[in-house]
Design a binder for this molecule. Structure first.
Ligand code: ADP
Ligand code: MG
Length: 695
């Protein structure tokens, strides 16, 4: 008998098995071929597929379809169209054509485009990405699509992601062919994103304007217990959370998402969900859906899921570890060191290319994870610092050192590391003591990029990873293909790469202050904030790189730069306005009321001559913090006004970084002090204690 999981898995996905069942044999074969070769779908096939898709969707109770796409801001977008069409005699028929499957024309004007549509063409269209299956969500048939302008500019995240996968496929194929793997036809990148999030009780959430408007707490004093006992991590999952998780798993499985592990995280109320890895563009679609479902399913359980990178000050933030590798269609993981000298040599080429790519493009990797929210997290002793470095572990580092210095490797047996001739020692694959402070860690057969924030789309960082790695592999392939003596050229290439780029390798504690100094002396970048990082996007070298790899055009880079800078400014502007609102209407009046209660008591008590120490000292403190808070509020208010007068997106972002953020911190401080002295009864919203420990 099939288990419930086997039965429901993929039940809402128009996947290969459904296609095989619903499509005529040759239609299915043609579709398969188009998908494999990444070609355009011809209209005859499209009509047949659309018909089958519609029949299947109707069986599942769907009435509408949508082109589901990922605009340049983090969310996904959909516009629902009915299958319904009028027929003769006032009846209706349900229709869906190949044309409607392949191409849609959403009203593109309301999506941010960073000047692209203004300069070029006003309309945009969506086009089916047949490599990602259609699925049913909320009774709507969703067709994963790319979103472009009529002049061919990508207005979304999927298009450049697919282009970057093509770039890496093309270059990596050249390398594996050099190693005689002629049977390989495609190489795809694979990703398994670990998703962290917080769960809070909906009734408390609804009393926090800061969570409602900004997704994070803008005020809040630490509560008596934090995460110091680490008792939440791998602790038992509370029953309410467990029920939510089972429900969530069911929903994810129906969509064919391989949700695999779930556990508590270090911080109270923090959890993690990890799927089994899959091809990058599908992993990206799935992660967007996962984030949506986490939030939707939580609501059903009276919970609210916070996907913000740093919902609580002083408590760990949430990340999204991007585990990635490269895999051939013959099933070989190219970051698996392998067992033979031959496999080892090929592994070392990819490893060296990645080391070089990460060292040379620290700027791009950093900016691929730059958001206002993630700025709070990176470098806050809970997540990797804003400095990019690679963790390889002691064994692999020692091997590379031996290669570089042409000295025997000092493992169990002393061996001269001759690439292609000696076998590499075994590296521990999943040792639990591995370095969790590194932003970019080799974990035995894959790399884990740990900087992305929890609410980011993984498209951004994977576009960059694929592009920079493809570019280095291309250079390597050029050298190796032209070599007279393959073995000596290969050896020299790897040796030189290690020598020139070893500064990026760091196995020590990334949370340690001494690393910041050390990194500086190694010449590594330390881009602390989003506006520090983003301008690197549009340097001449980086634009040339994206154009060379055919991932983004100059205009597409410029538009993304504008959108990201703008998003940063807008996000913090909303936070500043929310702070002003809460401070003015809730915190200061509450503290003032409390102060009146105290002074009333003082007057009354004085009359009968009893001790007034508590009331007097507290009233004094309240009035001192009130004044401090009020002054900070006025400063923030004035600076926000000034911000609104700036009409240049770059200047606005820098102004936010240099003034608004500081003003916000200055306002938070006295307000949090007020929370500590004010009576619970008078405090206007739930405290950290309630938010973090009530489920
Ligand atoms: P940890 O929490 O110790 O980092 P997990 O096992 O929770 O590790 O997560 C590891 C993630 O890495 C999973 O999503 C897994 O599917 C993914 N992964 C494993 N192998 C690969 C690979 N070859 N390519 C991409 N992702 C991978
Ligand atoms: Mg991890």
């Amino acid at each position: 008998m099939k288990s419930n999981v086997e039965e429901i898995f993929g039940s809402k996905v128009f996947d290969e098995s459904v296609m095989r069942e619903k499509l005529a044999k040759d239609t299915f074969r043609e579709l398969e071929k188009t998908i494999r070769e990444g070609k355009q779908l011809n209209i005859k096939i499209a009509n047949a597929v659309a018909h089958a898709m519609k029949e299947w969707a109707l069986e599942q109770g769907a009435t509408h379809y949508t082109h589901w796409f990922q605009p340049m801001t983090g969310v996904t977008a959909e516009k629902h169209d009915g299958f319904i069409n009028p027929d003769k005699d006032g009846k209706v028929i349900m229709e869906f054509s190949g044309k409607e499957l392949i191409k849609g024309e959403p009203d593109a004007s309301s999506f941010p485009n960073g000047g692209l549509r203004a300069t070029f063409e006003a309309r945009g269209y969506t086009a089916w990405d047949p490599t990602s299956y259609a699925f049913i969500k909320n009774g709507v048939l969703c067709i994963p699509t790319a979103f472009c302008s009529y002049s061919g500019h990508a207005l979304d995240k999927k298009t450049p992601l697919l282009r970057s996968m093509q770039a890496i496929n093309k270059q990596a194929l050249r390398i594996v062919k050099l190693f005689g793997n002629d049977d390989v036809q495609t190489i795809k990148t694979t990703v398994g994103p670990e998703q962290e999030y917080f769960l809070v009780d909906q009734k408390y959430y609804e009393q926090r304007k800061d969570l409602i408007y900004t997704g994070r707490t803008l005020f809040g004093a630490p509560c008596p217990k934090g995460q110091e006992l680490e008792d939440h991590y791998f602790g038992t999952i509370k029953s309410r959370v467990q029920e939510f998780m089972s429900d969530l798993n069911q929903e994810l499985w129906k969509l064919g998402i391989l949700a695999k592990t779930e556990h508590n995280e270090v911080a109270p109320a923090q959890h993690e969900l990890a799927p089994i890895f899959t091809t990058t563009n599908i992993a990206t679609d799935h992660n967007q859906l996962t984030m949506e479902l986490i939030q939707r399913v939580a609501k059903k359980h009276g919970l609210v899921a916070l996907l913000h990178e740093k919902p609580f000050e002083g408590i760990n933030g949430s990340g999204k570890h991007n585990n990635f590798s490269l895999s051939t269609d013959t099933g070989i993981n190219l970051l698996e060191p392998g067992d033979t000298p031959h496999e080892n040599a090929q592994f070392l080429v990819f490893l060296a290319a990645i080391i070089k790519a990460v060292d040379e493009h620290q700027d791009l990797l950093r900016l691929s994870v730059a958001t206002a929210g993630n700025d709070h997290r990176l470098g806050a002793n809970e997540a990797p610092p804003a400095i990019i470095s690679i963790f390889l572990g002691d064994e692999l580092t020692a091997v590379l050192k031996a290669i570089e210095e042409e000295k025997p490797y000092d493992g169990k047996e002393k061996e001269l590391m001759k690439i292609g001739a000696t076998v590499l020692p075994k590296f521990p694959k999943d040792s639990t003591d591995r370095n969790r402070t590194s932003p970019f860690a080799f974990t035995g057969n894959k790399f884990e990029f740990r900087m992305p924030g929890s609410n980011a789309s993984i498209a951004g960082c994977n576009i960059v990873l694929n592009t920079v790695i493809a570019d280095e592999i291309e250079k390597f392939a050029n050298i190796l293909e032209a070599a007279d003596n393959f073995d000596t050229t290969l050896h020299a290439l790897i040796k030189d790469t290690i020598k020139n780029h070893k500064r990026i390798i760091f196995n020590g504690n990334g949370y340690d202050d001494s690393w910041v100094k050390e990194a500086e002396s190694r010449g590594l970048l330390n881009l602390k904030t989003t506006p520090d990082a983003l301008p690197y996007f549009k340097t001449k070298e980086n634009i040339e790189l994206f154009e060379r790899q055919k991932v983004l055009s100059k205009e597409e880079v410029q538009s993304r730069y504008e959108i990201l800078m703008d998003e940063y400014e807008k996000q913090i502007n909303i936070e500043a306005l929310t702070m002003l609102d809460i401070a003015k209407k809730d915190i200061l009046p509450a503290a003032s009321k409390f102060s009146k209660e105290l002074t009333d008591t003082i007057t009354n008590k004085k009359a009968i001559g009893i001790d007034l120490t508590y009331e007097l000292e507290t009233a004094k403190k309240v009035s001192e913090y009130l004044t401090e808070a009020y002054q900070a509020l006025i400063t923030l208010e004035k600076d926000v006004e000034k911000l609104h007068e700036i009409d240049d997106f770059e200047k606005s972002a820098f102004y936010v970084r240099d003034f608004i953020i500081q003003d916000m911190a200055a306002l938070r401080k006295p307000c949090d002090k007020l929370e500590v002295v004010t009576s619970n009864e008078d405090w206007p919203f739930p405290t950290y204690g309630k938010l973090l420990f009530s489920i």
